[in-house]
Design a protein around this ligand. Structure first.
Ligand code: FES
Ligand SMILES: [Fe+2]
Length: 440
């Protein structure tokens, strides 16, 4: 017997077939009376997703150059203002632009097994790759054959990086060319510079020395980080338009703490508006000192800080932070802190990506039982204070001959300058001015 399908019966069959396959009851969905419930479900889902992010996902705050840290005139865009300040600012008689020491080039997660990555830093174009055994190597980027960039399309083959242009292969640990696909013999001189590197505490470090010296000090391992006793809870990434030394010098500059870091973090990062009266019931109080360690740890500076958050004149005991910040060489700081909630560390890595443009990344690790939200609050507080410093750094000049007062505060800055000068040597690259452009 033939069955005749009308339009209505076809609709009925379709609707139930979809409901059967997808599990969604269309009749329920299309009923107008159910719209508020559907909206409520969507809002609840968005809220849950947001709360999941706040409570369980690590923080990732990235602020590019020009996004903040400049005075706005209300007419130009933020980027235009940043460019104008960058062009007009008196740079000052700055020290060499790339000091000697270990620098954090990449976070370990940024390069997986068998991957290569192009990185521009310290005035170098670099090809970083992780070989098939998991070891990281850093090579000069340009192929000695015809100059192709090895990390722009270059594939990892065993422990070598293969040039994407004609397929020559360069060994990671010594930069030697081991294979040319169309020649029986590899020329003896076919070699590329392989940089001394190490992987530690979730970072890939490069050793940079203007005289070609091998490392004469090491970065210490943070056992709590590598063992997993302290857990990763997030990162911040900032770009700064200043000479590299300005950033560590801040650690010895205890007099700026009151001016720049006393207003409550809720008042924001703008130096002009952060003193507004609406947030004057909260403030940060700081006690700090700086010293350098004796030899053989003369490359380490130590800043001891006690921070209190004071609300309505009362310091909150559970937001007291005791910090021992170890500045290890020119670009790495371990800020070890103790709080009511537990212990942790901010790993701070600073690297020049241009002569006077710095990339600054912080990672936070904290004892596993400290709630995510607390760690993120610490990290956010740190970021807001750094962003205030950045507004100073982006606009200041480097004063090579400061007028000092007779005070402990000014004495610490001059001591820090003497200490930091150990990271410059005879051939450290300097910034040179050519006509009205910056070139080094
Ligand atoms: S340019 Fe690299 S192999 Fe030719
Ligand atoms: Fe500061």
């Amino acid at each position: 017997m033939a069955v005749k399908l009308t339009n209505d019966s076809l609709y009925f069959v379709n609707e139930h077939l979809i409901a059967y396959v997808t599990g969604v009851n269309l009749e329920f969905m299309f009923d107008v009376q159910n719209v508020p419930m559907i909206l409520l479900a969507v809002v609840a889902f968005i809220c849950l997703y947001f709360l999941y992010g706040v409570f369980f996902r690590p923080l990732n705050r990235v602020r590019l150059l020009g996004e903040f840290g400049y005075l706005s005139d209300g007419k130009l865009s933020k980027k235009e203002v940043a460019n104008r300040v960058k062009r007009r600012r008196a740079v000052g008689e700055i020290p060499p632009v790339y000091p000697n020491g270990w620098f954090g080039l990449l976070e370990s997660w940024q390069i997986k097994v068998g991957e290569s990555k192009a990185v521009s830093a310290l005035g170098q174009e670099l090809a970083v790759f992780r070989d098939t055994k998991g070891e990281v190597h850093i090579l000069d980027a340009y192929c000695p054959h015809m100059g192709a960039h090895l990390a722009v399309g270059g594939r990892v083959v065993d422990n070598c990086l293969e040039c994407p242009f004609h397929g020559w292969r360069f060994r990671g640990h010594d930069g030697k060319c081991t294979f040319i696909p169309y020649a029986d013999k590899v020329p003896e001189v076919s070699k590329i510079k392989s940089w001394t590197s190490m992987e530690l505490n979730g970072w890939i470090y490069i050793w940079h020395h203007a005289e070609g010296a091998e490392p004469y000090w090491k970065l210490p391992e943070l056992e709590e980080v590598t063992s997993g006793a302290w857990q990763y809870k997030g990162r911040t990434e900032h770009y700064i338009n200043a000479h590299i030394e300005e950033v560590p010098e801040n650690g010895a500059d205890v007099a700026h703490l009151k001016m720049v870091h006393e207003p409550f973090i809720a008042a924001g990062v703008d130096l002009l508006t952060m003193w507004n009266k609406y947030w004057s019931w909260g403030k940060h109080s700081w006690q700090a000192d700086w010293s350098q360690l004796p030899e053989p740890e003369g490359h380490i500076g130590s800043m001891k800080v006690v921070h209190d958050l004071v609300l309505f004149g009362i310091p909150l005991p559970f937001l007291k932070l005791k910090v021992n910040a170890l500045q290890i060489g020119p670009g790495v700081v371990y800020l070890m802190f103790e709080s009511f909630f537990g212990k942790g560390v901010f790993i701070h890595n600073l690297i020049p990506v241009e002569p006077i443009v710095q990339k600054l990344i912080h990672n936070i690790y904290i004892q596993w039982y400290v709630p995510n939200i607390v760690a993120k609050f610490f990290m956010l507080g740190e970021a807001i204070h750094i962003e205030r410093d950045i507004m100073i750094w982006n606009n200041k000049t480097y004063n090579s001959k400061p007028v000092y007062s007779k005070s402990k505060q000014c004495g610490l800055i001059s001591r820090h300058r003497r200490w930091y000068s150990q990271f410059y040597s005879e051939h450290s690259p300097r910034l040179k001015f050519q006509k009205d452009t910056l070139d080094w």
